[in-house]
Design a protein around this ligand. Structure first.
Ligand code: FMN
Length: 185
């Protein structure tokens, strides 16, 4: 079976981001026929409709092409002030303005890691709403909220919490099935 290309998008640009570490854990735990690449999009400018009118910036085009080329997208993001991180929202706003918005009909799974007690639950429902506006096909369950993240990753960023590793592995299997259901090969 051809491999399923998953693009990881991290909603935090922090070098030691727990969400980035969660993406790396997902890559380790996903079924053998899935492959994860993490998008590097820290150079996407702040959205400005005047800039858009002059042409889509190259970093936005690169990110749009990466989303388009992926069979599925896995978004891992912190919650900022009870909502979606500005970095992630800004990127999605840009992607919604390219000639062929790449989230349309794209299978997407989301997870979040935060140092707070709720693990980003408040932001995930905001994010589902935003992705709904893109016509993305967001996996409903299992939901992954990695709370008190600083107790679940070691100093090297490895996910050490066994129940969370199991939940992540289960979500990757669910994403594999979601892709197969939406785009039978
Ligand atoms: C601007 C800002 C807002 C935050 N707001 C929240 C919040 O609403 N809920 C929460 O659980 N944690 C919040 N945090 C703490 C994050 O959970 C914590 O910084 C987390 O490590 C960020 O994810 P990262 O490790 O992937 O960068 C906030 C952090 C920042 C910098």
């Amino acid at each position: 079976m051809a491999s399923i290309k998953v693009l990881g998008i991290c909603g935090s640009l922090r070098a030691k981001s727990y969400n980035r570490s969660a993406l790396l854990a997902a890559a380790e735990l996903m079924p053998a026929d899935m492959q994860l690449t993490i998008a590097e999009y820290g150079d996407v400018p702040l959205f400005n409709q005047d800039v858009q009118a002059q042409g889509i910036p190259a970093p936005v085009t690169r990110l749009a092409e990466a989303v388009s080329a992926a069979d599925a997208v896995l978004i891992a993001s912190p919650e900022y002030n009870f909502s979606v991180s500005g970095v992630l929202k800004n990127a999605i706003d840009w992607l919604s303005r390219v000639p062929a918005p790449p989230f349309k009909d794209k299978p997407v799974a989301i997870l979040s890691a935060t140092m707070g007690p709720l693990g980003g639950g408040r932001h995930q429902y905001e994010l589902r709403k935003i992705l709904g506006c893109q016509d993305a096909l967001v996996l409903v369950k299992p939901e992954i909220f990695i709370n008190v993240a600083h107790t679940k990753f070691d100093a090297e960023g490895k996910l050490t919490d066994e129940p969370t590793r199991k939940a992540l592995a289960d979500q990757m299997v669910a994403l594999q099935r979601w892709v197969a259901r939406l785009a039978p090969r």
